[in-house]
Design a protein around this ligand. Structure first.
Ligand SMILES: Cc1cc2nc3c(=O)[nH]c(=O)nc-3n(C[C@H](O)[C@H](O)[C@H](O)COP(=O)(O)OP(=O)(O)OC[C@H]3O[C@@H](n4cnc5c(N)ncnc54)[C@H](O)[C@@H]3O)c2cc1C
Ligand SMILES: NC(=O)c1ccc[n+]([C@@H]2O[C@H](COP(=O)([O-])OP(=O)(O)OC[C@H]3O[C@@H](n4cnc5c(N)ncnc54)[C@H](OP(=O)(O)O)[C@@H]3O)[C@@H](O)[C@H]2O)c1
Length: 387
């Protein structure tokens, strides 16, 4: 964890730094199946300090168009006065919904209130029973507050009563994708814009669409603060330890920061980056930078996996298995393995690939490979930042 220098301000959720985006651009091509963007946030005057491996907390606001629709479904003008859920100050409900309420997720309090107000005459009836947990989860998947209001028009709320049924709109974390040594007055982010459709509406993730669609570069005020990472740190620059970085998709973010830092500090150990995305043509994020690092030796190796450039899926773990002998050599040389990105599928499969590599190349039994992995974790040489 980076220790703030004496006299430097400490920013946190109650005292965020109010930043502006200096530059933002797409890093995925226009015909890519997903939209990923690079953001450069201005820090001048903030004295904000970060270290590669840290993430930035961003406080988003809701889409005013969705707030308008939600107010319409409630039968409110938007001017009704309620308590701001975060400050307790009286504000128009429109402002409270834009700034502080998670209208894209449904709290059980809202379900309970609708069941009561409709006297059970609703598809929600019974869904709060403990044995209906899975049914409730699948019912709520892709539904916003507005969906429940439109499906239950007889459930009428007073403005403050409605506010009490809502969750708070909290910060989102983004892995920092820059080194402060390379950009003293900036912090960079690499963000995939979450977009999907459900229940007949185009939907968007609150924070990722806030950044992609609702900010004006150089103008919009964005509350941010650094969430200091604990163990996701580079070895010391004068250390010879090799590093293997596995970061498909937006998992690349901290590794761009690591590489900028290693170039700035002329780090000694060798570095190997595994990057995966759907297609080399549309989603080779930061290609020019990584190729320059290969040319100047900041990166010893760059291995890519393009999942949709051929009939069968090729993922980072397939490329790891193809390179198993060399990965094992690096492990035996004391390499630290870093993994960042999707927790539910990728990180699990990468973990399995590491086990297979150790088993095969170390001529070990499954149990011996597990013991090797356990020792490897114990030595803090397996560092993951997955979400
Ligand atoms: C430590 C950490 C670091 C992170 N770093 C990064 C990073 O560098 N870059 C990055 O892009 N993200 C990163 N994330 C993820 C990021 O914090 C947000 O979770 C992400 O941007 C989505 O937030 P959002 O507000 O846009 O979406 P939300 O409003 O939170 O919406 C996401 C939700 O939408 C719902 N949803 C999504 N797709 C569908 C669908 N098809 N059908 C129905 N419902 C759906 C799901 O409930 C999902 O949880 C990181 C997370 C953590 C914890
Ligand atoms: N909590 C949230 O709200 C939230 C929001 C955004 C992202 N995320 C998580 O962050 C992840 C990163 O999203 P992203 O858009 O940057 O990229 P991503 O969805 O992880 O995709 C990046 C690459 O990884 C591939 N991939 C898919 N399954 C894989 C597996 N099992 N092993 C290895 N690679 C695999 C994808 O291939 P294909 O797509 O061709 O299969 C693609 O080529 C998401 O998957 C999601 O889990 C969470």
């Amino acid at each position: 964890m980076s220790t703030p220098e004496p006299g430097k301000p400490i920013y946190n959720v109650k005292n965020p730094f109010i930043a502006k985006v200096k530059r933002a651009f797409d890093i995925s091509g226009s015909d890519a199946p997903k939209h990923t963007r690079h953001y450069e946030i201005e820090l001048t005057g903030s004295q904000l300090v970060y270290t590669p491996g840290d993430s930035l907390a961003v406080q988003p606001t809701n889409d005013p168009a969705l707030v308008y629709e939600t107010l319409k479904a409630l039968g409110f003008s938007g001017e009704e006065i309620v308590k701001h859920p975060k400050t307790g100050i009286e504000v128009p409900i429109r402002q409270a919904l834009i700034e502080a309420t998670l209208i894209t997720e449904i709290d059980n309090k809202l379900i309970k209130a609708i069941i009561e107000k409709t006297m059970g005459n609703t598809t929600l009836a019974g869904l709060l029973e403990p044995e209906k947990k899975d049914e409730l989860k699948s019912y709520l998947w892709g539904r916003y507050v507005i969906d429940l209001l439109l499906e239950n028009p007889s459930a009428k709320f007073e403005p403050q009563e409605f506010m009490l049924t809502q969750k708070k709109l909290n910060i989102r974390l983004y892995s920092i994708s820059s080194s402060q040594k390379a950009h003293p007055e900036e912090v960079h982010l690499t963000v995939a814009t979450v977009r999907y459709s459900s229940h007949g509406r185009a939907r968007g993730g609150v924070a990722s669409t806030f950044l992609a669609e609702r900010i004006t570069v150089g103008e919009t005020l964005i509350p941010v603060f650094v969430n200091h990472g604990k163990g996701f740190r580079l070895p010391e620059p004068d250390d010879e330890t090799p590093v293997i970085m596995i970061g498909p998709g937006t998992g690349i973010a901290p590794f761009r920061a690591f590489l900028e830092e290693r170039k700035a500090t002329a780090a000694k150990g060798k570095a190997w980056l595994f990057f995966g995305e759907v297609s080399a043509k549309t989603c080779f994020f930061y290609k020019d930078e990584f190729e320059a690092y290969l040319a100047d030796g900041t990166l010893a190796k760059l291995t890519t996996a393009w999942s949709r450039d051929q009939a069968e899926k090729i993922y980072v773990q397939h490329k790891m298995l193809e390179n198993s002998a060399e990965i094992y050599t690096w492990l035996e040389q004391g390499a630290i393995v870093y993994v960042c990105g999707d927790a539910s599928r990728m990180a699990v499969d990468v973990d399995k690939a590491l086990h297979s590599i150790i088993e095969k190349e170390g001529s070990k039994t499954t149990e011996e490979a597990s013991a090797y992995m356990a020792a490897f974790k114990e030595a803090k040489r397996y560092r993951r930042d997955v979400y």
